[in-house]
Design a protein around this ligand. Structure first.
Ligand code: HEM
Length: 170
């Protein structure tokens, strides 16, 4: 049995499913429910961001990407055989690239904006709970940015998952 291949696949699939599944849940169910709940929904998001969530997701994503990159080069004969020029290699590497772009959007737009939402929510709560007009405006802008970036991340991850699950059959 090839233990290295097994460990890489295990890490890749388990953390990849966690990463993509969590994003799909947040975009499809959590954010709409939070929006409907109004100010109480904001409190739930604040607690979520205070916990391990903002570091758990990038860690899972990083493990998925690192194990995925390692699998491109292990076994080494895959790269040497011209695999990347074949349809299978193109589908697999396109999926990998889309997932990496999703990660980049998460780290540069979605995560900083989510942390800014939490910081602003903290400021509002510390000042008694009623936001000023400027705070409401800034909050709406930040939340729109988070929602839009999450939507793009979920589309890219959806395509990446589709490619990962089907490349073998091209
Ligand atoms: C949400 C992100 C991802 C998910 C859910 C995911 C899931 C999967 C799954 C289920 C497989 C097994 C497919 C099969 O056996 O036919 C796989 C294979 C693979 N993935 Fe991903 N993946 C993701 C992102 C990535 C990324 C970012 C890379 C590279 C940077 C990558 C590289 C690979 C490689 C090279 C394989 C082939 C392994 C092999 O059969 O030898 N994946 N992925």
């Amino acid at each position: 049995m090839d233990w290295i291949q097994l460990a890489l696949r295990f890490t890749h699939v388990v953390f990849g499913v966690f990463w993509a599944g969590t994003i799909f849940f947040v975009v499809s169910f959590l954010l709409p429910a939070v929006r409907k709940a109004g100010p109480d929904g904001g409190k739930v998001m604040y607690q979520l961001i205070q916990g391990p969530f903002p570091s758990a997701l990038p860690s899972a994503a990083a493990l998925t990407i690192l194990s995925g990159l390692a699998m491109f080069f292990y076994p080494a004969n895959r790269m040497a055989s011209g695999f990347m020029g074949e349809t299978q290699g193109i589908v697999l590497s396109t999926g990998a690239l889309l997932a990496i772009i999703a990660f980049a959007i998460g780290m540069t737009i979605q995560r900083p904006s989510s942390l800014a939402v939490a910081a602003l929510q903290g400021e509002i709560q510390a000042a008694g709970g009623a936001p000023t007009a400027a705070q409401s405006e800034r909050m709406a802008a930040l939340q729109a940015r988070v929602a839009l970036s999450l939507r793009w991340i979920s589309i890219l991850l959806g395509l990446a998952v589709a490619a990962m699950g089907t490349w073998r059959y091209f």
